[in-house]
Design a protein around this ligand. Structure first.
Ligand SMILES: Cc1cc2nc3c(=O)[nH]c(=O)nc-3n(C[C@H](O)[C@H](O)[C@H](O)COP(=O)(O)O)c2cc1C
Length: 171
């Protein structure tokens, strides 16, 4: 029923991961390895590989915004996850509209369902990724409820929500 693997690189995972754009120092990087860590205070973790320019930017600048973009931006997300800041100015190429920004002047994009203003508080070596533990000082929630999350399925495959199931209140 299941294929068994011992290395992640051998297993093609079939579950979706939510896409985000890490916006740091004017650069944009696609990320799907990120997670909430604490509600109060609100802390969020972003795992970044050392060879990515975002690793150096986050380490030196110490703050970023994290934008959770609508599915219509899947090609933009994929582009920011395919080239490095050292080779191209991705933010210029993408042309995303940022009607506002966080307290550190990092962009909050119009096509984001939500976005966080993050300040790095801890940098933890995990292996081939580094976990940037961030304090989330600002949470932006888009009033446009028609936006749909972008889910990364691996190997250039993107999806969004298809069906919603609601829990009937107990008692
Ligand atoms: C959908 C998607 C998700 C990704 N998630 C991550 C991630 O969570 N962490 C990471 O270090 N790289 C991730 N990558 C790869 C980086 O985005 C990619 O290496 C990028 O070119 C790095 O850009 P930079 O050098 O400008 O920082 C992802 C790529 C894609 C397409």
């Amino acid at each position: 029923m299941f294929q068994r693997y011992t290395r992640l690189s051998d297993a093609s995972l079939n579950h979706p991961r939510l896409c985000a754009l890490v916006c740091c120092g004017g650069n944009l990087m696609a990320a799907s390895w990120h997670t909430p860590l604490s509600r109060e205070p609100f802390r969020y973790g972003i795992a970044v590989r050392a060879q990515n320019d975002t690793h150096h930017l986050l380490s030196t600048i110490g703050h970023c915004s994290l934008n959770f973009l609508d599915i219509s931006e899947y090609e933009t997300i994929d582009y920011t996850g395919s080239v490095h800041a050292r080779d191209e100015c991705k933010s210029e190429a993408c042309g995303l509209v940022a009607p506002t920004c966080d307290a550190n002047a990092n962009p909050v994009f119009a096509s984001a369902l939500s976005a966080f203003g993050c300040r790095v508080r801890d940098i933890l070596e995990m292996g081939d990724h580094t976990l940037f533990v961030c304090d989330v000082a600002e949470i932006f929630v888009n009033e446009n409820t028609a936006l749909m999350p972008t889910l990364f399925m691996g190997h250039g495959r993107y999806a969004t929500l298809g069906e919603e199931r609601l829990i009937v209140p107990r008692g």
